[in-house]
Design a protein around this ligand. Sequence first.
Ligand code: AGP
Length: 366
Amino acid sequence: DAAEKGGFETFMLKEIHEQADAVAETIADRTVRPDGVDLPELDDELLRGTKRIIIVACGTSYHAGLIGRYAIEEWARVPVEMDVASEYRYRNPVVGPGDVVIGITQSGESLDTLAAMRLARERGATVLAVTNIMGSQATRDAHATVYTRAGLEISVAATKTFVAQVAVMYLLALRLAELKGSLSAERRTELVTKLKRIPHDIDAMLEHGTAAIDRVAERHFDKDFFLYLGRHVGLPVGLEGALKLKEISYIATDAYAAGEMKHGPIALLDQDTPVVVVATDSPVLDKVISNMQEVRVRGAHVIAVASEGTDLTEHAEETLVVPPTDWMLQPLLAVIPLQLLAYRIARLRGLNVDQPRNLAKTVTVE
Ligand code: AGP
Protein backbone atom coordinates (compact mmCIF):
# COMPACT_ATOMS: atom_id res chain seq x y z
CA ASP A 1 0.00 0.00 0.00
CA ALA A 2 2.75 2.44 1.05
CA ALA A 3 4.72 1.56 -2.08
CA GLU A 4 1.66 2.16 -4.26
CA LYS A 5 1.36 5.61 -2.72
CA GLY A 6 4.91 6.39 -3.80
CA GLY A 7 5.88 7.91 -0.46
CA PHE A 8 2.77 10.08 -0.16
CA GLU A 9 0.43 9.71 2.81
CA THR A 10 -2.63 9.16 0.58
CA PHE A 11 -3.48 8.43 -3.05
CA MET A 12 -5.17 11.81 -3.36
CA LEU A 13 -1.98 13.67 -2.40
CA LYS A 14 0.03 11.50 -4.77
CA GLU A 15 -2.43 12.19 -7.58
CA ILE A 16 -2.39 15.94 -6.88
CA HIS A 17 1.39 15.75 -7.37
CA GLU A 18 0.98 13.84 -10.62
CA GLN A 19 -0.94 16.65 -12.28
CA ALA A 20 1.98 18.16 -14.16
CA ASP A 21 2.58 14.75 -15.76
CA ALA A 22 -1.13 14.28 -16.45
CA VAL A 23 -1.23 17.51 -18.46
CA ALA A 24 2.16 16.93 -20.10
CA GLU A 25 1.19 13.42 -21.24
CA THR A 26 -2.22 14.57 -22.45
CA ILE A 27 -0.87 17.37 -24.63
CA ALA A 28 2.52 15.85 -25.60
CA ASP A 29 2.30 14.61 -29.20
CA ARG A 30 -0.77 16.73 -29.82
CA THR A 31 1.13 20.01 -29.54
CA VAL A 32 4.12 19.30 -31.75
CA ARG A 33 3.30 22.07 -34.23
CA PRO A 34 4.02 25.53 -32.77
CA ASP A 35 0.82 27.09 -34.10
CA GLY A 36 -1.71 24.34 -33.73
CA VAL A 37 -2.97 21.13 -32.25
CA ASP A 38 -3.26 17.67 -33.79
CA LEU A 39 -6.07 15.35 -32.82
CA PRO A 40 -5.92 12.61 -35.46
CA GLU A 41 -8.68 10.70 -33.66
CA LEU A 42 -11.17 13.34 -34.82
CA ASP A 43 -12.33 13.87 -38.37
CA ASP A 44 -11.35 17.32 -39.70
CA GLU A 45 -14.42 17.56 -41.92
CA LEU A 46 -16.67 16.84 -38.96
CA LEU A 47 -15.01 19.53 -36.85
CA ARG A 48 -14.99 22.07 -39.69
CA GLY A 49 -18.72 21.58 -40.21
CA THR A 50 -19.70 21.63 -36.52
CA LYS A 51 -22.44 24.18 -35.89
CA ARG A 52 -23.33 23.31 -32.32
CA ILE A 53 -21.71 21.34 -29.50
CA ILE A 54 -23.48 19.85 -26.51
CA ILE A 55 -21.43 18.67 -23.53
CA VAL A 56 -22.83 16.16 -21.03
CA ALA A 57 -21.07 14.96 -17.88
CA CYS A 58 -21.39 14.51 -14.11
CA GLY A 59 -19.58 15.99 -11.12
CA THR A 60 -15.99 17.04 -11.69
CA SER A 61 -16.19 16.07 -15.36
CA TYR A 62 -19.07 18.52 -15.71
CA HIS A 63 -16.83 21.27 -14.36
CA ALA A 64 -14.19 20.40 -16.97
CA GLY A 65 -16.93 20.70 -19.58
CA LEU A 66 -17.89 24.15 -18.30
CA ILE A 67 -14.31 25.33 -18.83
CA GLY A 68 -14.34 23.74 -22.29
CA ARG A 69 -17.43 25.74 -23.15
CA TYR A 70 -15.68 29.05 -22.47
CA ALA A 71 -12.67 28.03 -24.58
CA ILE A 72 -14.65 26.63 -27.52
CA GLU A 73 -16.98 29.62 -27.69
CA GLU A 74 -14.17 32.16 -27.32
CA TRP A 75 -11.63 30.61 -29.67
CA ALA A 76 -13.71 28.64 -32.17
CA ARG A 77 -16.94 30.70 -32.02
CA VAL A 78 -19.05 27.54 -31.96
CA PRO A 79 -22.06 27.66 -29.62
CA VAL A 80 -21.85 25.16 -26.76
CA GLU A 81 -24.63 23.89 -24.55
CA MET A 82 -23.86 22.16 -21.32
CA ASP A 83 -25.90 19.91 -19.10
CA VAL A 84 -25.45 17.47 -16.29
CA ALA A 85 -26.08 14.10 -17.88
CA SER A 86 -28.84 13.07 -15.46
CA GLU A 87 -30.87 16.14 -16.44
CA TYR A 88 -30.10 16.00 -20.14
CA ARG A 89 -31.29 12.44 -20.63
CA TYR A 90 -34.72 13.07 -19.12
CA ARG A 91 -35.64 16.37 -20.69
CA ASN A 92 -36.37 15.19 -24.20
CA PRO A 93 -33.51 17.32 -25.58
CA VAL A 94 -33.58 18.88 -29.02
CA VAL A 95 -30.62 17.11 -30.64
CA GLY A 96 -29.96 15.40 -33.94
CA PRO A 97 -27.91 15.26 -37.13
CA GLY A 98 -25.40 18.10 -37.32
CA ASP A 99 -24.90 18.26 -33.56
CA VAL A 100 -21.72 17.09 -31.88
CA VAL A 101 -22.31 15.74 -28.38
CA ILE A 102 -19.28 15.31 -26.12
CA GLY A 103 -19.55 13.01 -23.12
CA ILE A 104 -16.80 13.68 -20.58
CA THR A 105 -16.25 10.84 -18.12
CA GLN A 106 -12.92 9.87 -16.60
CA SER A 107 -14.07 6.31 -15.88
CA GLY A 108 -16.01 5.98 -19.11
CA GLU A 109 -18.64 4.15 -17.07
CA SER A 110 -20.88 6.77 -15.39
CA LEU A 111 -24.36 5.52 -16.09
CA ASP A 112 -26.04 8.88 -16.63
CA THR A 113 -23.32 10.11 -18.99
CA LEU A 114 -23.49 6.90 -21.03
CA ALA A 115 -27.29 7.15 -21.23
CA ALA A 116 -27.12 10.78 -22.37
CA MET A 117 -24.54 9.86 -25.04
CA ARG A 118 -26.67 6.95 -26.28
CA LEU A 119 -29.79 9.11 -26.46
CA ALA A 120 -27.94 11.70 -28.54
CA ARG A 121 -26.56 9.00 -30.84
CA GLU A 122 -30.00 7.44 -31.34
CA ARG A 123 -31.26 10.85 -32.41
CA GLY A 124 -28.59 11.18 -35.06
CA ALA A 125 -25.93 13.33 -33.36
CA THR A 126 -22.21 12.59 -33.65
CA VAL A 127 -21.01 11.52 -30.23
CA LEU A 128 -17.47 11.97 -28.91
CA ALA A 129 -16.09 10.58 -25.66
CA VAL A 130 -13.41 12.19 -23.51
CA THR A 131 -12.23 9.53 -21.08
CA ASN A 132 -9.19 8.27 -19.19
CA ILE A 133 -9.92 4.55 -19.50
CA MET A 134 -9.03 2.62 -22.63
CA GLY A 135 -11.83 0.39 -23.86
CA SER A 136 -14.36 1.74 -21.36
CA GLN A 137 -18.05 1.71 -22.27
CA ALA A 138 -18.00 5.37 -23.31
CA THR A 139 -15.41 4.56 -26.00
CA ARG A 140 -17.72 1.86 -27.37
CA ASP A 141 -20.79 4.10 -27.36
CA ALA A 142 -19.07 7.04 -29.05
CA HIS A 143 -18.20 7.57 -32.71
CA ALA A 144 -14.72 8.73 -31.64
CA THR A 145 -12.72 9.12 -28.43
CA VAL A 146 -10.12 11.59 -27.25
CA TYR A 147 -8.19 10.10 -24.35
CA THR A 148 -6.91 11.94 -21.35
CA ARG A 149 -3.62 10.44 -20.24
CA ALA A 150 -3.68 10.96 -16.50
CA GLY A 151 -2.82 7.39 -15.54
CA LEU A 152 -4.95 5.42 -13.11
CA GLU A 153 -6.69 7.55 -10.48
CA ILE A 154 -7.49 5.70 -7.27
CA SER A 155 -8.70 8.39 -4.89
CA VAL A 156 -12.48 8.87 -5.11
CA ALA A 157 -11.98 12.62 -5.42
CA ALA A 158 -10.91 13.38 -8.97
CA THR A 159 -7.85 15.60 -9.30
CA LYS A 160 -5.38 14.64 -12.03
CA THR A 161 -8.12 13.39 -14.33
CA PHE A 162 -9.78 16.81 -14.03
CA VAL A 163 -6.74 18.77 -15.22
CA ALA A 164 -6.26 16.24 -18.03
CA GLN A 165 -9.90 16.69 -19.10
CA VAL A 166 -9.51 20.46 -19.07
CA ALA A 167 -6.36 20.09 -21.18
CA VAL A 168 -8.28 17.98 -23.72
CA MET A 169 -11.01 20.61 -23.91
CA TYR A 170 -8.37 23.25 -24.70
CA LEU A 171 -6.87 20.99 -27.39
CA LEU A 172 -10.28 20.47 -28.91
CA ALA A 173 -11.06 24.18 -28.84
CA LEU A 174 -7.72 25.03 -30.48
CA ARG A 175 -8.17 22.37 -33.17
CA LEU A 176 -11.66 23.64 -33.93
CA ALA A 177 -10.43 27.23 -34.02
CA GLU A 178 -7.69 26.33 -36.49
CA LEU A 179 -10.06 24.43 -38.78
CA LYS A 180 -12.65 27.16 -38.66
CA GLY A 181 -10.08 29.93 -39.14
CA SER A 182 -11.38 31.81 -36.11
CA LEU A 183 -7.99 32.44 -34.42
CA SER A 184 -4.87 33.92 -36.01
CA ALA A 185 -1.73 31.80 -36.24
CA GLU A 186 -0.06 34.25 -33.81
CA ARG A 187 -2.73 33.78 -31.19
CA ARG A 188 -2.71 30.00 -31.65
CA THR A 189 1.07 29.97 -31.25
CA GLU A 190 0.78 32.03 -28.08
CA LEU A 191 -1.82 29.65 -26.62
CA VAL A 192 0.06 26.46 -27.57
CA THR A 193 3.24 27.90 -26.04
CA LYS A 194 1.45 28.82 -22.83
CA LEU A 195 -0.33 25.46 -22.65
CA LYS A 196 3.01 23.65 -22.97
CA ARG A 197 4.34 25.70 -20.06
CA ILE A 198 1.55 24.64 -17.71
CA PRO A 199 3.16 21.37 -16.48
CA HIS A 200 6.27 23.35 -15.48
CA ASP A 201 4.09 25.91 -13.68
CA ILE A 202 2.20 23.16 -11.81
CA ASP A 203 5.44 21.59 -10.61
CA ALA A 204 6.89 24.95 -9.59
CA MET A 205 3.73 25.70 -7.61
CA LEU A 206 3.79 22.35 -5.82
CA GLU A 207 7.50 22.67 -5.06
CA HIS A 208 6.99 26.16 -3.70
CA GLY A 209 5.19 24.71 -0.70
CA THR A 210 1.81 25.13 0.90
CA ALA A 211 2.37 27.52 3.81
CA ALA A 212 -0.53 29.85 2.94
CA ILE A 213 -2.87 26.93 2.27
CA ASP A 214 -1.91 25.37 5.62
CA ARG A 215 -2.63 28.66 7.43
CA VAL A 216 -6.11 28.89 5.86
CA ALA A 217 -6.82 25.24 6.64
CA GLU A 218 -5.75 25.60 10.27
CA ARG A 219 -7.81 28.71 10.75
CA HIS A 220 -11.00 27.44 9.14
CA PHE A 221 -11.04 23.63 9.26
CA ASP A 222 -13.77 23.54 11.90
CA LYS A 223 -16.17 25.87 10.07
CA ASP A 224 -19.44 24.39 8.94
CA PHE A 225 -19.84 26.35 5.72
CA PHE A 226 -17.63 27.72 2.92
CA LEU A 227 -18.76 29.93 0.04
CA TYR A 228 -16.86 29.90 -3.30
CA LEU A 229 -17.10 32.71 -5.85
CA GLY A 230 -15.71 33.21 -9.34
CA ARG A 231 -16.44 34.77 -12.70
CA HIS A 232 -15.89 33.43 -16.23
CA VAL A 233 -13.52 30.42 -16.05
CA GLY A 234 -13.03 31.22 -12.37
CA LEU A 235 -16.60 30.04 -11.79
CA PRO A 236 -16.04 26.37 -12.70
CA VAL A 237 -12.82 26.50 -10.67
CA GLY A 238 -14.89 27.67 -7.69
CA LEU A 239 -17.49 24.95 -8.35
CA GLU A 240 -14.75 22.33 -8.44
CA GLY A 241 -13.06 23.66 -5.28
CA ALA A 242 -16.41 23.57 -3.49
CA LEU A 243 -17.14 20.02 -4.66
CA LYS A 244 -13.71 18.83 -3.48
CA LEU A 245 -14.20 20.34 -0.04
CA LYS A 246 -17.67 18.89 0.47
CA GLU A 247 -16.68 15.45 -0.85
CA ILE A 248 -13.71 14.86 1.41
CA SER A 249 -14.28 17.11 4.45
CA TYR A 250 -18.12 16.94 4.68
CA ILE A 251 -18.32 20.71 5.05
CA ALA A 252 -21.35 22.34 3.39
CA THR A 253 -20.31 24.49 0.47
CA ASP A 254 -21.95 26.66 -2.09
CA ALA A 255 -20.33 27.97 -5.25
CA TYR A 256 -21.73 30.90 -7.14
CA ALA A 257 -21.06 33.20 -10.04
CA ALA A 258 -19.70 36.21 -8.14
CA GLY A 259 -22.16 38.48 -9.93
CA GLU A 260 -25.02 36.49 -8.43
CA MET A 261 -23.89 37.15 -4.86
CA LYS A 262 -26.23 40.08 -4.34
CA HIS A 263 -29.12 37.99 -5.65
CA GLY A 264 -29.16 35.72 -2.62
CA PRO A 265 -25.99 34.12 -1.25
CA ILE A 266 -24.80 37.35 0.38
CA ALA A 267 -27.46 36.67 3.02
CA LEU A 268 -25.39 33.68 4.17
CA LEU A 269 -22.37 35.77 5.13
CA ASP A 270 -21.55 36.52 8.73
CA GLN A 271 -18.38 37.37 10.70
CA ASP A 272 -17.23 33.81 10.49
CA THR A 273 -17.85 32.71 6.91
CA PRO A 274 -14.80 31.75 4.85
CA VAL A 275 -15.31 32.91 1.26
CA VAL A 276 -12.91 31.51 -1.33
CA VAL A 277 -12.67 33.83 -4.32
CA VAL A 278 -11.00 32.89 -7.60
CA ALA A 279 -9.37 36.22 -8.40
CA THR A 280 -6.70 35.42 -10.95
CA ASP A 281 -5.77 37.97 -13.63
CA SER A 282 -8.54 38.52 -16.16
CA PRO A 283 -10.52 41.31 -17.77
CA VAL A 284 -13.15 40.76 -15.05
CA LEU A 285 -10.72 41.03 -12.12
CA ASP A 286 -12.01 44.50 -11.16
CA LYS A 287 -15.51 43.07 -10.83
CA VAL A 288 -14.21 40.20 -8.74
CA ILE A 289 -12.38 42.68 -6.47
CA SER A 290 -15.62 44.61 -5.88
CA ASN A 291 -17.26 41.33 -4.87
CA MET A 292 -14.38 40.73 -2.44
CA GLN A 293 -14.95 44.17 -0.93
CA GLU A 294 -18.65 43.43 -0.50
CA VAL A 295 -17.75 40.21 1.31
CA ARG A 296 -15.28 41.98 3.59
CA VAL A 297 -17.74 44.72 4.52
CA ARG A 298 -19.87 41.95 6.04
CA GLY A 299 -16.90 40.82 8.15
CA ALA A 300 -16.52 37.51 6.32
CA HIS A 301 -13.04 36.13 5.56
CA VAL A 302 -11.82 36.35 1.97
CA ILE A 303 -9.36 33.73 0.77
CA ALA A 304 -8.25 34.74 -2.70
CA VAL A 305 -6.62 32.68 -5.41
CA ALA A 306 -4.54 35.32 -7.19
CA SER A 307 -1.97 35.52 -9.95
CA GLU A 308 1.64 36.09 -8.96
CA GLY A 309 2.40 39.79 -9.33
CA THR A 310 -1.12 40.97 -8.48
CA ASP A 311 -1.28 42.31 -4.94
CA LEU A 312 -4.65 41.55 -3.39
CA THR A 313 -3.49 41.70 0.25
CA GLU A 314 -5.69 44.75 0.83
CA HIS A 315 -8.77 42.77 -0.16
CA ALA A 316 -8.10 39.33 1.28
CA GLU A 317 -7.17 37.78 4.59
CA GLU A 318 -4.99 35.27 2.77
CA THR A 319 -3.81 34.97 -0.83
CA LEU A 320 -3.05 31.67 -2.54
CA VAL A 321 -0.69 32.59 -5.35
CA VAL A 322 -0.61 30.88 -8.75
CA PRO A 323 1.73 31.60 -11.69
CA PRO A 324 0.40 33.93 -14.36
CA THR A 325 -0.80 32.46 -17.65
CA ASP A 326 -3.40 33.19 -20.29
CA TRP A 327 -6.78 34.08 -18.79
CA MET A 328 -8.46 31.07 -20.40
CA LEU A 329 -5.81 28.58 -19.25
CA GLN A 330 -5.82 29.77 -15.65
CA PRO A 331 -8.10 26.94 -14.33
CA LEU A 332 -5.30 24.39 -14.79
CA LEU A 333 -3.32 26.29 -12.16
CA ALA A 334 -6.01 27.90 -10.02
CA VAL A 335 -7.71 24.61 -9.14
CA ILE A 336 -4.59 23.21 -7.49
CA PRO A 337 -4.55 25.35 -4.31
CA LEU A 338 -8.26 24.58 -3.93
CA GLN A 339 -7.64 20.82 -4.16
CA LEU A 340 -4.86 21.19 -1.58
CA LEU A 341 -7.03 23.33 0.69
CA ALA A 342 -9.79 20.70 0.66
CA TYR A 343 -7.16 18.06 1.29
CA ARG A 344 -5.55 19.83 4.26
CA ILE A 345 -8.92 20.56 5.84
CA ALA A 346 -10.06 16.94 5.51
CA ARG A 347 -6.80 15.73 7.07
CA LEU A 348 -7.12 18.20 9.97
CA ARG A 349 -10.61 16.82 10.52
CA GLY A 350 -9.09 13.34 10.67
CA LEU A 351 -11.00 11.98 7.68
CA ASN A 352 -10.23 9.26 5.17
CA VAL A 353 -9.71 11.38 2.07
CA ASP A 354 -9.21 8.52 -0.36
CA GLN A 355 -12.48 6.82 0.52
CA PRO A 356 -15.01 9.42 1.66
CA ARG A 357 -18.26 8.14 3.14
CA ASN A 358 -21.18 7.39 0.80
CA LEU A 359 -19.17 7.96 -2.39
CA ALA A 360 -18.09 5.52 -5.10
CA LYS A 361 -15.31 6.23 -7.57
CA THR A 362 -17.57 5.25 -10.44
CA VAL A 363 -21.34 5.71 -10.32
CA THR A 364 -22.79 2.89 -12.39
CA VAL A 365 -26.31 3.13 -10.94
CA GLU A 366 -28.83 5.95 -10.95
C1 AGP B 1 -15.20 13.81 -8.37
O1 AGP B 1 -14.37 14.16 -7.33
C2 AGP B 1 -16.32 12.96 -7.99
N1 AGP B 1 -15.92 11.77 -7.33
C3 AGP B 1 -17.44 12.80 -9.01
O2 AGP B 1 -18.11 14.00 -9.05
C4 AGP B 1 -17.05 12.37 -10.43
O3 AGP B 1 -16.39 13.40 -11.08
C5 AGP B 1 -18.32 11.98 -11.19
O4 AGP B 1 -18.91 10.86 -10.57
C6 AGP B 1 -18.08 11.70 -12.66
O5 AGP B 1 -17.31 10.56 -12.86
P1 AGP B 1 -16.78 10.19 -14.29
O6 AGP B 1 -15.87 11.26 -14.72
O7 AGP B 1 -16.08 8.86 -14.11
O8 AGP B 1 -17.97 10.07 -15.20
